[in-house]
Design a protein around this ligand. Structure first.
Ligand code: 5GP
Ligand code: SF4
Ligand code: MG
Length: 464
């Protein structure tokens, strides 16, 4: 998901809509905005579909006045799949000291446990979303003001969370102690901005100030930014997959350009897994920067062997298998004239179920390619993510049940190679690779080492 918030700018909701549009790659199912105006109070709008189709209509934006607003774009990882507007964030709660809204990116790993406890004590849940726990925990807190209630609530929450919240007068941002999901602070004139990624600061012309640190809470009012540390300090474990796939290539994470990191992944991939071929082609768009790096390092020409229809969203994010299957063809087509008779290296960011790779291989061979070699910009995805990326159950992950060689056979390609975990760490700037005693990132979907115990999943029978 993507989260965004603005304080101190006239018609803040307009800026939030633009920010959410720039974060659309983080979630395409639905979006929502809550605003506050000192005279009118809180207002909200939650809609299915793209931000640009919902939040530009003047009539709707006029219902969201005021100098303070937050928003969310949704990609469901927890809660029931499919359409329910009640699951669309931000969530809102009314407390004795006033209302508050929250938008959450990540996944709460003890949400089932908390929900059972809260329902037992009288909370009335409105949605199936894990994030709603936060509001109910805030309602039960004895603290006198809302920011402290949020601190109380988040101290009971386990998992990954980048939260943007608002009260009548405050914009609040928090990252979990490991800092699994991103959150950055920006400034525009007299206003302040919180955003999942820097690309959504650029869109409104806001200046990047700094990242919210893992375990940090910022409380922003017209007087400025106050920083707090509500949690016991821990060693950060940012999601390494944000670098590989999830973030936009024009964002900056930890001072590093995501594009440059991905290009470097391609360089490492070419060093680790060279092959003789005529063309390096990306699987667009997610494989493009790594393919550029692979081509530069190997000296094999880069070419657009697959062309993407710009009007289709991310296939993986479509919730049903049937749509996902069709999606590949709706979205990608082979550039026949280029491919015919060629030995082609295809570079993609990841193999999850293998659906994409299989379809693309078929399309490339149909177009008359002489050989197909897959090079993947992440290690085999052998474990599900419980921290906010929607990987399927373990059984559906190709790499959970097959060796690299079996995957190559299953995909029926001439070769299939993944970047090593060390190679990936080198590409993200860890010169010595992955330190097994103190890994600098979360890499659980590749290593199976979960930095936060997936408590709810273990209760449901998941085995580590
Ligand atoms: P597959 O077809 O193997 O199931 O999925 C792999 C494709 O899904 C890749 O092309 C990748 O770009 C895309 N993808 C989209 N969203 C995600 C995600 O959340 N996780 C992973 N691992 N891949 C994703
Ligand atoms: Fe990121 Fe993978 Fe960790 Fe999930 S399991 S947070 S996708 S590195
Ligand atoms: Mg892709």
């Amino acid at each position: 998901c993507g989260v965004y918030g603005v304080i101190g700018l006239t018609d803040a909701a307009n800026f939030v809509a633009l920010g959410l549009h720039a974060l659309q790659h983080r979630g395409q199912e639905a979006g929502g905005i809550v605003s506050h105006d000192p005279e009118i109070g809180f207002n909200s709008a939650r809609r299915f579909g793209y931000v640009r189709d919902n939040f530009t209509k003047q009539s709707l934006m006029e219902t969201l006045p005021g100098p303070l607003a937050i928003g969310h774009v949704r990609y469901s990882t927890a809660g029931k799949k499919g359409a329910a507007i009640r699951d669309v964030q931000p969530f809102f709660g009314e407390f004795s000291m006033g209302g508050a809204a929250i938008a959450h990116n990540g996944n709460i790993t003890n949400a089932d446990e908390l929900r059972t406890e809260l329902i037992g004590r009288g909370s009335i849940f409105q949605s199936s979303s894990d994030s709603e726990c936060i509001i109910h925990l805030m309602a039960r807190s004895m603290q006198k003001n809302i920011a402290e209630r949020l601190e109380d609530a988040l101290r009971r929450v386990e998992g990954a969370f980048s939260v943007v919240a608002m009260t009548r007068t405050k914009l609040i941002g928090v990252r979990d102690p490991l800092g699994v999901r991103p959150l950055v602070l920006g400034q525009l004139g007299d206003g302040w901005v919180l955003s999942s990624e820097t690309c959504a600061l650029d869109i409104i012309g806001a200046k990047f100030v700094r990242e919210i640190e893992p375990g940090e809470m910022v409380v922003i009012t017209h007087e400025g930014v106050e920083s707090r540390r509500p949690f016991r300090p821990q060693t950060p474990r940012f999601c390494i997959f944000e670098h590989v796939y999830f973030s936009r290539p024009d964002s900056i994470i930890g001072g590093q350009s995501v594009y440059e990191t991905r290009r470097q992944i391609g360089v490492e991939l070419a060093r680790e897994n060279p092959v003789e071929a005529d063309l390096v082609c990306p699987v667009p768009d997610s494989g493009t920067p790594a393919a550029i790096g692979y081509s530069q390092e190997s000296g094999i020409p880069y070419a657009m062997g697959i062309v993407r229809n710009q009007y289709m969203g991310r296939t993986f994010i479509e919730p049903t298998e049937q749509i996902r299957n069709m999606g590949v063809r709706l979205k990608l087509n082979v550039n026949r004239a280029l491919i015919q008779g060629k030995r082609v290296i295809l570079v993609d960011d990841s193999v999850v179920r293998g659906t994409t790779s299989r379809k693309i291989k078929d399309m490339i061979l149909d177009a008359g390619a002489a050989e197909v070699h897959f090079r993947i910009a992440s290690p085999p995805t052998a474990w599900p993510c419980f921290y906010g990326v929607d990987t399927p159950e373990r059984e559906q992950l190709l790499a959970a049940t097959m060796s690299e060689d079996e995957m190559r056979e299953h995909l029926e390609v001439d070769s299939l190679k993944f970047i090593s975990l060390d190679g990936l760490y080198r590409a993200v700037g860890e010169a010595k690779g992955r330190d097994p005693n103190r890994p600098a990132y979360c890499d659980a979907c590749f290593s199976g080492e979960y930095p936060i115990e997936p408590r709810d999943m273990i209760a449901k029978g998941f085995e580590l």
